[in-house]
Ligand binder design. Structure first.
Ligand SMILES: *Cc1c(COP(=O)(O)O)cnc(C)c1O
Length: 385
């Protein structure tokens, strides 16, 4: 089955439910067993207690697992919960973790603030390190955490090269694969053991529900599932339903984000106000060759650097944009823009772009309207310099 067919079909079992296309939202805590014998065998029942999942949860797990060719998926109430549960499941006191320097900020804070309390140490590495990560691996390195493209700066990592070295040393490779939705990047096929998503972004796709998913290979699935279970992890059924509804259209949305994102990125590159565009789909981007080799498309999120340093022209640019909201998260149908400070969030590498870095999410609006809105913003910005 190809991806768009998986998205439209996997997890649907209409004839288990009166022919109704979508699985119902099961609100469940107690699940009753009709006889002593079935109760004695409860541990083998698929549905046995609300926290352990219902047919609504299983439908979504089936689909996310199929999309990335995993052994199984664990749903979590947010992307950050998926990150935390996958790391906690794979690490113990005395272990060492290597994390890419451009990782999502809260991932870094989880490693520095929580893992450290359990005697687990973290070092950060240059996202462009590739196979040279060998030099940083210690005998107790158990996890290499990658994110490609990375948060805010969008470098593409050579994940097959990193995975080969990590596996030779007995370390697992965990990836934050949120940017691609698991649609444009097949993490497990490129050597990743566990692909983690903020489903809040493209899977949900409508800026409403929070949700995360951990897609595991055969070696890791039961370990992560059992660990997350013992932390009490479970997701409310209404949010699972919203995620499932979003997933069904993710392919068409992502292809539109790809096309419009590339169009706006190329336009930005042509502007004198823009020092640099960080979008791996643009020819000339440092990550373009690896992106072409490993990805089948680009989502709508990328970065650029403005030739300003002051607050006043920045405010003139963003304050009156008509179609771009300012706020956290992304992956919904609408466009967003934010100033970023990659220079403040790194410890292994330096970032000095020489201007104001921005993060932009290109939504499903008409890209010509989005470009015209930015153009008017640049006019205001230039007058405010
Ligand atoms: C948003 C985001 C997360 C966290 O997701 P939440 O659902 O907000 O917890 C993790 N990784 C990346 C790359 C993100 O952009």
């Amino acid at each position: 089955m190809k991806d768009d067919t998986i998205l439209a079909h996997v997890g649907l079992h209409p004839h288990d439910n009166h022919g109704i296309v979508n699985p119902p939202v099961y609100h469940a805590s107690t699940v009753l067993f009709p006889t002593l014998e079935t109760y004695r065998n409860a541990s083998t029942a698929r549905v046995r207690y609300g926290r352990r999942g219902t047919p609504t949860t299983f439908a979504l797990e089936e689909a996310t697992t199929a999309l990335e060719g995993g052994e199984g998926s664990i749903l979590t109430p947010s992307g950050l919960a998926a990150i935390a549960h996958s790391l906690m499941a794979c690490l113990k006191t005395g272990d060492h973790v290597l994390v890419t320097d451009n990782t999502y900020g809260p991932t870094r804070r989880f490693c520095d603030g929580v893992l450290s309390r359990y005697g687990i140490t973290t070092d950060y590495f240059d996202p462009l390190i590739g196979g040279d990560i060998e030099k940083l691996l210690k005998p107790n390195t158990k996890v290499v955490w990658v994110e490609s493209p990375g948060t805010q700066t969008f470098e593409i990592q050579d994940i097959p090269a990193i995975a080969k070295v990590a596996h030779d040393h007995g370390a697992l490779v965990l990836m934050d694969n949120t940017w691609s939705g698991g649609y444009f990047y097949k993490a497990l096929e490129h050597g990743v053991d566990i692909s983690v998503h903020a489903g809040t972004k493209y899977i949900v796709g409508h800026s409403d529900a929070m949700f995360g998913v951990i897609v595991c290979n055969k070696a890791t699935f039961e370990i992560v599932r059992d660990s997350a279970q013992l932390f009490g992890n479970c997701v409310g059924p209404d949010d699972v339903y919203l995620a499932l509804r979003g997933l069904r259209t993710m392919g068409v949305r992502l292809n539109r984000h790809n096309d419009s994102g590339l169009k706006v990125a190329a336009w930005l590159q042509s502007r004198p106000e823009v020092l640099k565009v960080m979008h791996p789909g643009l020819p000339g981007d440092p990550g373009h060759a690896l992106w072409q080799r490993d990805f089948t498309g680009a989502s709508g999120l990328f970065g650029f650097v403005l030739d300003i340093a002051e607050e006043k022209p920045l405010a003139a640019f963003v304050d009156d944009l008509q179609f771009y909201g300012m706020g956290a998260s992304w992956g919904g149908f609408e466009s967003l823009i934010l100033p970023t400070q990659p220079e403040n969030s790194r410890t292994a590498t330096e970032w000095n772009a020489g201007g104001q870095s921005m993060r932009i999410h290109i939504g499903l609006e008409d890209p010509d309207d989005l470009i015209a809105d930015l153009e008017a913003g640049f006019d205001r910005m230039n007058k405010a310099r």
